[in-house]
Structure formats: structure tokens, C-alpha cells
Design a protein around this ligand. Structure first.
Ligand SMILES: N[C@@H](CCC(=O)N[C@@H](CS)C(=O)NCC(=O)O)C(=O)O
Length: 213
């Protein structure tokens, strides 16, 4: 009953790797570089036509993509791990809201940063596009931070570590880096720090974030 996770150190596969470890699933990690040479990109596209990681092959050999969907699926598939509010929990709506917000409003800005030429063919526009993506990301982090300001904690959805914490913690390591995240998101930072202090998460982080991403 093994999973195969296609990913790269420090990339979006980090949150799925952490989730697989936290639920105690058996998995194999296959390193691929979605931003690498053409051959390598073809290798990723052969499994995921969008050419992105994370890509997770499930035990029945079906392929799953989209980090938020994978995390939500794993959280539901392993309810005993307590990483996601069950379907009838009062905070289930908040959980889904912010998981999708992270994917659609924050992760999507990194998609622009990873390849502005995919959004405008004229390279003269790229510096502006990159700047707007950074600005939009910061605005979206601020929206999320404000929504969690005053939340009871210590984790984002309450007493225990969950996949929402893991997802935020991963993205907090990406551009423009932890110091900027800490400044922009003081209400999210304590949960992120607590998440990274979890021994299972810490091991995954040590493998993935040898340098700040
Ligand atoms: N919507 C996707 C985005 C995944 C994504 O952008 N992954 C990056 C690495 S962190 C990637 O593979 N980039 C290569 C590309 O977009 O061509 C998800 O949430 O899984």
C-alpha cells in the first residue's frame, strides 16, 4: 500500500511529504525538477501534464495533483491522525476556506514568479509582473493574517497540529523568506513556529530547507 511522491527539495512537495510522514503512510520519494532542463520537464509532464510537483501516485496507481487537494484527501483518508477537521466539525468550513485560499491566492502568485513568460510573451513586462506577484502575495498574506488575528490558537484551527498549519508553514519559507513573512504575518507566525517544532515536521523540514527558500 505504498504512495509515490514526485517532488523536489524545498518545492511544493514538502507539505505532502510532511503529511505522508504525519499520517504514517508508506511512500517512496522520487526527485524530479519541474523547472529543470527540457528532458527533466518532460519527465514530470509524463506523470502530470501540467509539469508540476507535488504529484502523488496513490496505491491504486491513480495520479493526484494539486497540493491542497492532496492534503485534504490525505487528511480525510487518515482521520485517526487528527490532521483535518472531520466533515461535520464546526471548523471544517474554515479549514476548506483557508486551504483553498492558500492554493488559489498565494501559491498561484509563485506560479507567476516561477515563469512570467507563461503570462506575457514580452520580456519587458516580466520585471513588472514579478513585482505585482510579490505585491499580491503580500496582500493575500495580510488578508489571512488579519483573519487569524485573535484566534485562540495555539495552532491555526485550535489545539492540535493540522494540515492547514503545515501548508502555511511551507509557504512561509518561500519568497520573500521567513523574515518578511514574520513581519507581514505576526498572527500566523506562532502557529508556524509551533508546527516547525513538531519532531516529524522538523525532520521533513531539515531535508527540504537546508537554506531559506
Ligand atoms: N497548483 C499547484 C501548483 C504546483 C506548483 O506550482 N509547483 C511548482 C513547484 S513549488 C512547480 O512544479 N513549478 C513548475 C512549473 O510551474 O512549471 C499545486 O498546488 O500543487
Amino acid at each position: 500500500m505504498a504512495y509515490t511522491l514526485y517532488g523536489k527539495a524545498g518545492f511544493g512537495s514538502v507539505c505532502v511529504e510532511a503529511a505522508l510522514e504525519l499520517v504514517g503512510a508508506d511512500y517512496e520519494f522520487v526527485e524530479v525538477d519541474p523547472l529543470g532542463e527540457a528532458d527533466e520537464q518532460r519527465r514530470v509532464r509524463a506523470i502530470n501534464p501540467v509539469g508540476q510537483v507535488p504529484t502523488l501516485v496513490l496505491p491504486d496507481e491513480s495520479v493526484m495533483t494539486e497540493s491542497a487537494a492532496i492534503l485534504i484527501w490525505l487528511g480525510d483518508r487518515y482521520p485517526g491522525a487528527g490532521l483535518a477537521p472531520p466533515i461535520d466539525a464546526p471548523n471544517r468550513a474554515d479549514y476548506l476556506r483557508w486551504m483553498l485560499f492558500l492554493a488559489a491566492s498565494i501559491y498561484a502568485t509563485f506560479t507567476i514568479s516561477d515563469g512570467p513568460e507563461r503570462f506575457h510573451p514580452d520580456s519587458a513586462t516580466h520585471a513588472g509582473l514579478l513585482e505585482m506577484a510579490d505585491r499580491r502575495r503580500l496582500d493575500m498574506w495580510t488578508v489571512m493574517n488579519d483573519a487569524f488575528d485573535g484566534a485562540p490558537g495555539p495552532f491555526l484551527l485550535g489545539e492540535s497540529l493540522g494540515l492547514l498549519d503545515v501548508y502555511v508553514a511551507m509557504m512561509s519559507r518561500w519568497d520573500p523568506g521567513r523574515a518578511a513573512f514574520a513581519e507581514a504575518c505576526p498572527a500566523l507566525l506562532p502557529a508556524v513556529e509551533l508546527t516547525e517544532a513538531d519532531s516529524v515536521v522538523a525532520e521533513v523540514w531539515a531535508r527540504n530547507f537546508r537554506r531559506e527558500h
